[in-house]
Design a protein around this ligand. Structure first.
Ligand code: GUN
Length: 298
């Protein structure tokens, strides 16, 4: 049986980061503009610490101005909002990202809505979500942007293709559906209440899985030759009882990778797929924000 082409997130993300670094160098040389990213981490969630470190390192490596603000888990809502307002007013900062989830007691929505939409490199502000829905220039959430770059690299023109997005989150499902629609796909958003989800998925030339359920999407849900983008990052125990007993875990996607690879035309692995694109797209969004704030692009 033929095997799907593997869409390699490492290679694609490296290329994107190199393009961003080139653009940063050109902005500095031609306009004296150094894109600046501020990342805010509240509390000590271990996964968030890893992500935030990676964002800081990659933004510096791309030649950006990069600052990380670490606040204690018991910071008050008003002190957090004060920091966001200071960053909004700081001319050296073009992108602001508040790492989620925030510790209990803090109002995530209020924090996100306080970020200047022009600096909202996460694309989570309602202004950016609304602009995306209306087809206006916006800052697009990083993971959906990464999915689209991988799809365009694999398929070229997406016009007329049937796309099914499984998952309706604000962070991934809804924005990726909007982007697919803007690329002239025929888009279905499926979710946990969808009837006969397998049959809906079998219609898809492009299947984007963003449900957060380990290996839920099986081989017989896939149209032969379809392109499968797996956004899921699920930590599960090893099947091997010895490793499981040692408490060892591994990362798997929302797609049953091995069996689906035998049917799909192309597929993103987990790990090594979409996840690696997210930070690269954050850098790209920061450059986009800096250029728009400086009036260099609409
Ligand atoms: N935590 C996990 N993913 C994300 C993301 O894309 N943005 C932010 N701000 N926090 C996250």
């Amino acid at each position: 049986m033929s095997q799907a082409q593997i869409i390699d997130g490492k290679v694609t993300a490296e290329r994107l980061r190199a393009e961003v670094a080139e653009e940063v160098a050109a902005l500095k040389a031609q306009h004296g503009l150094q894109p600046g990213l501020a990342v805010v981490l509240v509390g000590e969630d271990p996964a968030s610490q890893v992500y935030v470190r990676s964002k800081g390192e990659h933004s510096k490596a791309a030649g950006m101005h990069s600052v990380t603000h670490r606040l204690p888990a018991d910071v008050s809502q008003s002190d957090l909002l004060t920091l966001v307002r200071q960053l909004n007013a700081d001319p050296a900062i073009h992108g602001i990202l508040v790492q989620l989830p925030l510790p209990k007691g803090l109002d995530e929505k209020a924090v996100i809505e306080t970020i200047d939409p022009a600096k909202d490199v996460d694309g989570l502000h309602v202004v950016n979500a609304g602009r995306l829905a209306q087809g206006l220039p916006s800052l697009v959430p990083c993971t959906p942007l990464g999915c689209m770059i991988m799809l365009r690299e694999t398929l070229g023109d997406l016009s007329g293709k049937r796309a099914v997005v499984v998952g309706r989150s604000v962070l991934v499902g809804k924005p990726v559906a909007q982007l697919l629609l803007a690329a002239d796909c025929t888009v279905t958003i499926a979710h946990s209440r969808t009837q006969d989800l397998a049959a809906v998925c079998r219609e898809a030339d492009i299947l984007v899985a963003a449900v957060g359920r380990p290996q839920m999407i099986k081989a017989d849900w896939i149209k032969p030759g379809a392109t499968v983008i797996d956004v899921g990052i699920n930590r599960v125990p090893f099947r091997d009882p010895v490793k499981a007993a040692e408490g060892k875990t591994k990362l798997v996607g929302d797609v049953a990778y091995k069996e689906v690879s035998a049917v799909a035309g192309a597929i993103t692995p987990v790990p090594g797929g979409v996840g690696l694109m997210t930070v690269a797209c954050l850098l790209k969004n920061t450059v986009t924000a800096a250029k728009r704030i400086a009036g260099l692009e609409p």
